[in-house]
Design a protein around this ligand. Structure first.
Ligand SMILES: [Zn+2]
Ligand SMILES: [Zn+2]
Length: 341
């Protein structure tokens, strides 16, 4: 089959002919890839940023945002059948460790991550496990949802934590309305009656945020912290979800927080520098977020099927992988780039 592989770092991906994955374990599932999202993480992989962390051996097939049709199943698989339309949780998890038993998939002690440390979805077929398959509603197609497997799931995971404690009329600030943020806006409006304030430097991103449900949009022009404080009677917001995490957003984000408020870190890059006396005297919480669980992905697919979460995509054929990578790298992709085998 055709697969697009990393053959070395700091060089282009290569289209190669490789063996189709085979069922060897009882819970194995082979999926015919219908769509694979092209993600900024793929660029970082090519830059070698993940080489040491993932320990992957080259060459290998990348692509960690995958959806398609079940092609073959191991003899113990009961939750999906050949022909089913599925989106794949990005991790292959063991189901037996404590984290798995708590439903906390991303912290599985024996997981594999297709596209990061084992063969991924820039290919015609992909090996995964029964535990990773979420069946898609009839109304959804793999190409519409593939990129929700990672970027969307991460937004959903953070927003679900916030929505669980936000009360009607509370204020939630989102910093950043780009790739993840525009999913976050839709998820929050679907799951919470909190007032949603979206902050971004880019007026076009704010315009989109407004169209998809933001109650208030604020240009990040230096006065945005004061604007949020004014909007909240000087108290600050109950929740701040930061999809940026660099360029000063963490200092500003914490300043926008109410006493006992929750600050959700999603984007990353800079250090958070908050005096410990401020943390204890205001009882603020700083909460990390890493991808999302299987059930978060199920919830997100319900919202997608209900039409409450929509993803903008730019589609490329698998052979056009280099164009997709170049466009993403040059900031030319509107929404998420998707490869279609
Ligand atoms: Zn990704
Ligand atoms: Zn596990």
């Amino acid at each position: 089959m055709k697969a697009v592989q990393v053959t070395g770092y700091h060089r282009n991906l290569e289209a190669r002919e490789v063996d189709e994955p085979k069922i060897t374990g009882p819970l194995d599932v082979v999926v015919r890839v219908g769509a694979a999202g092209v993600c900024r993480t793929d660029l970082h992989i090519l830059e070698g940023q993940w080489a040491e962390k993932s320990g992957v051996t080259l060459p290998y097939t990348i692509g960690h945002e995958n959806a398609g049709w079940v092609h073959a199943v191991g003899d113990a698989v009961t939750n999906v059948a050949v022909g089913d339309k599925v989106i794949l949780h990005p991790l292959m998890t063991c189901g037996l460790c404590r984290a798995c038993r708590l439903g906390d998939d991303v912290h599985c002690e024996n997981s594999k991550f297709p596209g990061i440390d084992t063969a991924g979805g820039y290919a015609e077929y992909l090996l995964t496990s029964a535990r990773s398959c979420v069946k898609l509603d009839d109304s959804l197609e793999p190409a519409d949802v593939a990129a929700l497997a990672d970027a969307g799931l991460t937004a959903q995971h953070a927003v679900a934590k916030a929505a669980a404690v936000l009360r009607p009329g509370d204020v939630c600030v989102m910093i950043g309305a780009g790739g993840l943020g525009h999913i976050g806006v839709q998820c929050l409006k679907a799951m919470s009656a909190a007032t949603l304030v979206v902050v971004d430097r880019n007026p076009a991103a704010l315009k989109l945020a407004e169209q998809i449900g933001a109650d208030v949009t604020v240009v990040a022009d230096g006065s945005h912290v004061d604007t949020v404080l004014e909007l909240t009677g000087g108290h600050g917001a109950e929740a701040v979800i930061d999809f940026v995490g660099e360029g000063g957003s963490t200092t500003e984000g914490v300043r926008m927080l109410r006493r006992a408020g929750n600050y959700y870190v999603v984007g990353y890059g800079e250090n958070i520098d908050v005096p410990t006396i401020d943390i204890i005297s205001t009882e603020i919480n700083i909460v990390g977020n890493l991808v999302g669980s299987y059930t978060d992905l199920q919830d997100l697919m319900v919202l997608a099927a209900q039409g409450k979460v929509k993803l903008h995509t730019a589609q490329y054929r698998l052979e056009q992988f280099q164009q997709a990578i170049d466009d993403l790298s040059a900031g030319k992709v509107r929404g998420r780039a998707i490869l279609i085998p």
